[in-house]
Design a protein around this ligand. Structure first.
Ligand code: SF4
Ligand code: SF4
Length: 311
């Protein structure tokens, strides 16, 4: 899929300073700039593409907003048979607890109910304390794992199911996962560009909020562990300002297709962890949560930030 926005790259190199694969190797071929050049030329360099962590750090640093991570994510080949299996295993969309007009819908992606139910309970209580009566969707995957494992076709099918349901909800849609928000906000408009669903995808992108950015929880709302550290997932659009804990703003590699198979963390992440040595590492993304749980032995304990919301 060719994207005209890639032509905005001026080869300035600002993205090199933030790209984990370039920083790890110092090889231009593994830099965002080189990947943009390859994509623009219609060339595939499997190793350079595969090593990209799809973290989006280059996009945030880029003065021209070249959408490289989104493009790389949609370059996934995946395994078509696995895609069919994922589609078969995906639960049906059962009737959501629909919000009243103007109330938010909590889009319950695959993580919260399964991995951190306490975060879910506390976040719902937080919304209610602020006077909201949120609706809740069924627990359904946004499609990002479908993209990594099953490829574009599996992702498109899952994204269409979600979008057709969410287009009926006119108010804000909130998620407890930074990667889920990123997928709905950035990838859905790309995948449905030029189709009958383009408008619905663009409208949804305006209404998606990751939970740290909806109603902006403040330090007074949270009781974070004093010896902890806050992990800033790459797909989080803005750093939350509810904590003065030391921050680890390095990529853990979770967005990479093979990340869950590897017990490995990029060097900047390991270095930050060694410097801070937190007892608890608080994150805001299901992919990062799973990757860190699988890779690190406690301490640090891995927790979702909303588990620390006051009751
Ligand atoms: S992707 Fe953006 S930051 Fe990187 S070289 Fe191109 S214009 Fe510069
Ligand atoms: S998405 Fe991440 S790993 Fe890939 S080129 Fe951009 S900064 Fe580098």
């Amino acid at each position: 899929m060719r994207r005209p926005e890639l032509a905005l790259c001026s080869r300035c190199g600002r993205c090199l300073a933030v790209c984990p694969t370039y920083l790890e190797t110092r090889i231009e071929r593994f830099s965002p700039r080189a990947r943009v050049a390859l994509l623009e030329a219609g060339l595939r360099d499997e190793e350079a593409f595969h090593r990209c962590l799809r973290c989006g750090r280059c996009e945030k640093a880029c003065p021209n907003q070249v959408p490289l991570a989104q493009t790389m994510a949609l370059e996934e080949k995946g395994f078509p048979l696995l895609g069919k299996l994922l589609a078969f295993l995906s639960p049906p969309w059962t009737a959501p607890f629909s919000p009243r007009s103007g109330e938010p819908l909590l889009f319950l992606s695959c993580g919260p109910a399964l991995l951190y139910p306490q975060a879910l309970r506390r976040y719902l209580a937080f919304l209610e304390r602020r006077g909201y009566s949120p609706g809740i969707s069924p627990a359904l995957c946004c499609g990002l794992p479908h993209l990594s494992l099953g490829g574009l076709k599996a992702f498109r099918a899952q994204a269409e199911r979600i979008l057709r349901e969410l287009e009926r909800i006119r108010g804000p849609v909130v998620t407890l996962c930074a990667s889920c928000s990123w997928t709905l906000k950035k990838l859905y408009p790309q995948i449905f560009r030029g189709t009958e669903l383009e408008e619905a995808a663009l409208s949804l992108a305006q209404r998606i909020f990751e939970a740290t950015q909806f109603l902006s929880p403040s330090p007074a709302d949270l009781d974070l562990p004093p010896a902890g550290a806050l992990h800033i997932p790459c797909h989080l659009e803005e750093k939350p300002d509810f904590s003065d804990l030391p921050q680890i703003a390095a990529c853990c590699g979770a967005a990479s297709p093979s990340s869950l198979l590897l017990r490995d963390l990029p060097r900047p992440f390991r270095q930050a962890l060694q410097e801070i040595r937190p007892s608890t590492l608080v994150t805001a993304c299901t992919g990062c949560y799973l990757k860190l749980k699988r890779t690190l032995q406690a301490p640090p304990e891995i927790r979702h930030w909303a588990e620390f919301l006051g009751v």
